[in-house]
Design a protein around this ligand. Structure first.
Ligand code: OAD
Length: 308
């Protein structure tokens, strides 16, 4: 996509916001740093912290959120997850600005990469947590989905949550194996041969014989990204990107998936060079959205008002 030449300045951004009817806000960790939550890639970010701590024995700190790595060794994620579990944070002016867009009836959707749920806490309802959230979890084996609260005690005690459905199935199968073994021992006692495989009855445990291994592991952080973007790309008339390095697909690809005629405003502390939004407003995101609002005559709701 090449830049739209007619949009460059802060005043252009103000006018775009004034006239937009269907805004997509694409947000990242930079809108929550002022709440005390580190971003990922800054020098003080989570990846630098994980690298420094070194206690999780990762080759690369990004493995902490890598699904393949998670499948191989879920213990690592669940020994760390309580550190990023949403707790007592207050939404930033940016979160409240997104709520303001929704209140004004112009927010098509907020695509957030954050899992801190601060958009919801600010009262934003049209929000999609692209990297999932702790609201739901699903079984990697049978896909059963459960509310996040179900696995909360496991996260807070750094344990791997297993799927209740798979566990029940497994228990039933283990029970069947026990019955079969008892039957087999009885038949052996009577001196009759069976053709039930060549396993040695004495040493092996019932667990070993349960063909499908452990019950399914519950994966926190579910999402519905593709369906939402498929719908929204037809309607959006302005894209506002805030507080993200746009390094992670598929969210980073939103810029190319929406019609190229839709103007793009990028608000971030640091510049990016791999994509070319029309207007780049560099600086602290809270300060920038507050400034834009003052130019528009809009008032960002105070924290107390959005919490009740
Ligand atoms: P990053 O840490 O990659 O980028 C955050 C951006 O926010 C950086 O460019 C900062 O300069 C900027 N920033 C920080 N504080 C800011 C402030 N006060 N005002 C304005 N900008 C500020 O975080 P994300 O882009 O969100 O994925 O990371 C994307 C994904 O990478 C995360 O969702 C996570 C990670 O791997 C998963 O967990 C799957």
């Amino acid at each position: 996509r090449t830049k739209l030449p007619q949009y460059n300045t802060v005043d252009d951004a103000v006018e775009l916001l004034r006239n937009a009817k269907k805004v997509i806000v694409l947000s990242g960790a930079g809108i929550s740093t002022s709440c005390g939550i580190p971003d990922f890639r800054s020098s003080t970010g989570l990846y630098a912290q994980l690298q420094q701590e070194g206690k999780y024995e990762l080759d690369d700190p990004q493995q902490m959120f890598d699904i393949q790595y998670f499948k191989e060794d879920p213990e690592v994620f669940y020994s760390f997850a309580k550190q990023i579990y949403p707790s007592n944070f207050t939404p930033s002016p940016c979160h409240r600005w997104i709520k303001l867009l929704e209140d004004r009836g112009v927010l098509l959707r907020n695509y957030t990469q954050n899992i801190d749920t601060l958009e919801s806490l600010a009262g934003v309802t049209k929000v999609l947590q692209c990297h999932g959230s702790f609201k739901t979890a699903s079984c990697l084996r049978c896909r059963t989905r459960v509310p996040g609260q179900t696995i909360e005690p496991y996260i807070l005690s750094s344990q791997i949550p297993y799927c209740g459905i798979c566990r029940t199935q497994r228990d039933a199968e283990l029970e069947a194996i026990k019955v079969y073994k008892a039957q087999r021992r009885k038949e052996k006692g009577k001196g009759r041969a069976t053709d039930w495989g060549s396993g040695n009855d004495t040493g092996e445990s019932d667990e070993d014989e349960w063909g499908r291994g452990e019950p399914g592991i519950m994966k926190a952080l579910d999402s519905e990204f593709d369906e939402c973007l498929f719908h929204d790309r037809e309607e959006v008339d302005l894209l506002v990107i805030i507080g993200t390095s746009l390094k992670v697909a598929p969210v980073s690809e939103v810029l190319t998936h929406i019609p190229h005629s839709v103007p793009q405003i990028f608000i971030n502390l640091t510049p990016i060079s791999h994509v070319h939004p029309d207007i780049c407003l560099l600086g602290d995101a809270d300060t920038i959205v507050t400034y834009l609002s003052s130019k528009l005559g809009w008032e960002i709701p105070p924290p107390a008002a959005v919490l009740h």
